[in-house]
Ligand binder design. Structure first.
Ligand code: PLP
Length: 399
């Protein structure tokens, strides 16, 4: 499934990437998180686990996802631009890779009940999907403001059999849903597994999620080898919310310095507009979701409400692996505004006949901001499809 690696960009035995990561959790959760920490690598190496994970990825998710040479986009930029088509996965994005892996793990840990938090509802849908598949009870926490503005995903979760619980505290959005999920986990620690939806959370979640998503970079290598005779591109580019699609797309290239790793984060209405989610620039060190990382916060440590037109990037933190990749200089970040992302949606739709998710469009928009070496090989992780964003596209493109 993936080669366990060690090196300066991999998690250390204490759960840190450089100075980021760790497990900052209430005492009541130590036993649960510790059980996962002690067992996740062992479980992920069991032949039986690997064969179940791989067959579900193949027959249920539809993997391997294609690696497509986008010819008109390549012509436009004077480089070979390949799109890793996570948008073609069942449920329309990369998130299902992680939820499949975690539900298989939960069963091996003897858990019978699944909880999750969700902002836009995409992780909630991916979780409800695998719970239906595995016939497990599913409770999804979601801020009541998000429930109101993400009605289609709420309907999907309910149809899939999940219970959606409204978080009514604070700003009634993602961080409040996360707090409620953690409270539930404390109260139901014996039978419940908490499926975190990105490369964030207390150790070992960031590493575990990254390993489940690393199927992306593993496929990129074998597909590039078959197409070009070389397994390594010059650059891998991905959008970053919490960081799971980027971590998965980077994983097998982390220790290969000839491969540039590039992130696109959401600048919203402009990095310094007060309506942004550009964590790498606006963030400072602190603790969010159980780990030490970069997050947007006030001087006294209150989390700043983020903003992006794209719900999946509308997150005030960034996974600890990415905080380390950025501060160490291994990865470069481009902030991309709402308007630039919308332009990239139009461009990909008309050039290639592919309507991308708004999140993925941030990665595509970063191409226009960088100097591209003529003839270089670039892989863009197309994390999701645009169907879920059609209402936004209608609003912006018909006037
Ligand atoms: C959720 C989501 C993202 C952001 O999450 P990461 O964990 O940073 O990958 C990006 N793209 C799509 C399509 C999403 O649904």
């Amino acid at each position: 499934m993936n080669t366990p690696t060690s090196g300066q960009y991999h998690v250390d035995e204490n759960g840190f990437y450089g100075e980021f990561g760790g497990a900052f959790i209430p005492e009541m959760l130590h036993a649960n998180v510790d059980q996962i920490r002690r067992q996740y690598l062992e479980i992920m190496r069991e032949p039986d686990f690997i064969s179940q994970f791989e067959s579900l990825l193949r027959d249920y998710v539809g993997r391997p996802s294609p690696l497509y040479l986008a010819t008109r986009l390549s012509e436009h930029y004077g480089a070979d631009i390949y799109l890793k088509r996570e948008d073609l996965n069942h449920t329309g994005a990369h998130k299902i890779n992680n939820t499949i892996g975690q539900i298989l793990l939960a069963r091996r840990l003897g858990k019978t009940r699944i909880i999750a938090e969700t902002g836009a509802g995409q992780h909630g849908v991916a979780t409800a999907t695998v719970c239906a598949l595995m016939s497990m009870e599913c409770v999804v926490y979601m801020g009541s403001v998000d429930i109101a503005r993400q009605a289609p995903n709420v309907a999907r979760m309910k149809l899939l059999g999940a219970t959606v619980v409204a978080a009514e505290s604070g700003s009634k959005t993602l961080k409040d849903a996360t707090n409620e999920a953690i409270r539930d986990w404390i109260n139901n620690a014996d039978n419940t597994h908490y499926i975190i939806g990105s490369a964030i959370g207390p150790h070992p979640y960031p590493d575990m999620v990254t390993r489940f998503q690393s199927v992306i970079s593993s496929e990129i290598q074998s597909q590039l080898l078959a197409k070009t005779g070389k397994k390594d591109p010059d650059m891998v580019l991905a959008c970053v919310g919490g960081g799971s699609n980027a971590a998965g797309a980077f994983y097998h290239f982390l220790d290969t310095p000839s491969v540039s790793l590039v992130l696109a984060e959401a600048a919203g209405k402009g990095v310094h507009s007060g309506h942004s989610a550009a964590t790498s620039i606006l963030g400072t060190k602190g603790i969010i979701h159980g780990c030490r990382t970069l997050l947007m916060q006030t001087k006294d440590g209150q989390i700043t409400e983020p903003y992006s037109i794209s719900a999946g990037l509308d997150y005030p933190g960034i996974g600890p692996l990415h905080a380390h990749l950025i501060t160490s200089g291994r990865a470069k970040v481009y902030p991309v505004t709402d308007d630039e992302a919308l332009e990239a949606v139009k461009q990909l739709s008309s050039y290639e006949g592919i309507i991308p998710a708004l999140e993925s469009a941030h990665a595509l928009a970063a191409l226009a901001k960088m100097e591209i070496k003529h003839g270089s090989v670039i892989v863009v992780c197309l994390s999701g499809r645009g169907d879920k964003d059609l209402a936004t596209y209608l609003e912006h493109f018909t006037t």
